[in-house]
Design a protein around this ligand. Structure first.
Ligand code: PLP
Length: 407
């Protein structure tokens, strides 16, 4: 195990108390905690609806289903993402079209999205949705993507798995399209262990997701079995009665997780500030390496959620103390040898056997994604990363990348 892990959740006594209270309450599945979490999350991001689900993967699946993605449709996603962003398209029988990232970034390029949308339509297809990923918590080009979505009549579903509590253009990330989907997986900016949230201002999307996340049943268990439910539901209908209106899914968030999420949500600003302080220390500690062209650093942009700190090791930039060039793979191995955990976000999807075999045309046609993949390494970044541990990481990077030259 690494002495300095890549990620670690920040869980305190308030989280433990909140989950313990649920465990003692007798109601463990989706109930009043989940409903409160939804209300509080909707208020935090400023959306009309927030729907708690048991993962962002589930949320992306539900959002695409709700906007009508189906067999024969195409959905444009970046290849530079986690497989969840694309796999949900295949759940629905639709086809994935991979788009490149903008040069020097890890964010989907609206110009390339437009080119691929036009090619899809020219081939007789329909672009049903575009799913940008605010990778690392950095904002995609929202106006550019919105323009393409409007031109092709496609839904815009933000994969905001990394993006809470980020913002752009005066509004929270995840609220700029038809729907946005957040992840509360264990390494995310706020966590419920496993969990997610879909936000939308569209009543039709919210209604459909509410039904489909719960087996296609018209009322959820909480509404069927509690007094609160009977007063808000159709009063003439017996409490035990429900109807199945579609073959739905089992994607609801239990109250144990929601209680944890409510505490994390209250701490969101504090947690984001702590991540930002870590990011700032990397930016300051490595700025001369960037000036020398050894690495590229992320921008210190307002509204960045700072889920990840992704360093780019530029080709032939670094020189190891022994004189050999340092590449990304060698750097990761050397950091690991010093007990420092890192990760790579992401191995592009078109490099994966399943995606490569299904869409061979993407191979060799995503040059900026391929270039980025060779250079990226995600450094340890979490609220409880101590200054001394981070100083150790920065010193190791400086030494391994040859910053000692001329010192
Ligand atoms: C960009 C992106 N989208 C979607 C997901 C899926 O999130 P979850 O694990 O909550 O299903 C992840 C998970 O890490 C992710 O990084």
């Amino acid at each position: 195990m690494n002495a300095i892990p890549f990620a670690r959740p920040s869980i305190g006594p308030a989280e433990i108390d909140a989950v313990s209270r649920v465990l003692r309450s007798g109601w463990l599945t989706t109930g009043e905690q989940a409903l409160a979490f939804e209300r509080e999350f909707a208020a935090a991001v400023g959306s009309r609806h927030a729907l708690a689900v048991n993962s962002a993967t589930a949320g992306l699946h539900l959002a695409l289903e709700a906007v009508g993605v189906g067999p024969g449709d195409s959905v444009i996603v970046p290849s530079m993402t986690f497989t969840a962003t694309a796999e949900v398209v295949r759940y629905l029988g639709a086809e994935v079209v991979f788009a490149d990232v903008s040069p020097g970034t890890l964010l989907i390029d609206p110009t390339d999205v437009r080119t691929r949308a036009a090619a899809t339509v020219a081939g007789g297809g329909r672009v049903a949705a575009i799913v940008p990923v605010h990778l690392a918590g950095e904002t995609c080009d929202i106006p550019g993507l919105r323009a393409v979505a409007e031109e092709f009549g496609a839904a815009l579903i933000e994969d905001a798995a990394h993006a809470f509590p980020g913002s752009a253009h005066g509004a929270a990330l995840g609220t700029h399209g038809d729907a946005g989907v957040f992840s509360f997986y264990a390494n995310k900016t706020i966590t419920t262990g496993e969990g997610g949230m879909v936000v939308t201002d569209r009543d039709d999307i919210a209604d459909r997701i509410r039904t489909m996340r719960s087996h296609g049943i018209d009322r959820e268990a909480w509404h069927r079995y509690t007094a609160a439910g009977t007063t808000t539901s159709i009063t003439e209908t017996p409490h035990w009665y429900y109807e199945v209106v579609a073959p739905g899914y089992k994607y609801n968030l239990p109250d144990t997780a929601a209680a944890l999420g409510r505490v994390q949500l209250r701490r969101a600003t504090e947690l984001r500030e702590a991540r930002y302080r870590c990011a700032r220390r990397y930016l300051d500690g490595l700025s001369d390496l960037a000036a020398d062209g050894i690495v590229a650093l992320p921008g210190d942009l307002p509204g960045h959620a700072w889920h990840l700190f992704v360093l780019r090791v530029l080709p032939a930039g670094g020189r190891a103390p022994g004189g050999g060039a340092v590449d990304r793979d060698a750097l990761i191995a050397a950091l690991r040898g010093r007990g420092i955990g890192t990760s790579v976000h992401y191995i592009p999807l078109h490099h994966m056997p399943y995606w490569r075999d299904r869409y061979p045309e993407a191979v060799g046609r995503l040059p900026e994604t391929d270039r980025a993949f060779r250079e990226i390494v995600s450094l340890p970044l979490y609220p409880d990363l101590s200054e001394s541990d981070q100083a150790h990481v920065i010193a190791a990077l400086r030494e391994l990348l040859g910053a000692h030259r001329g010192e």
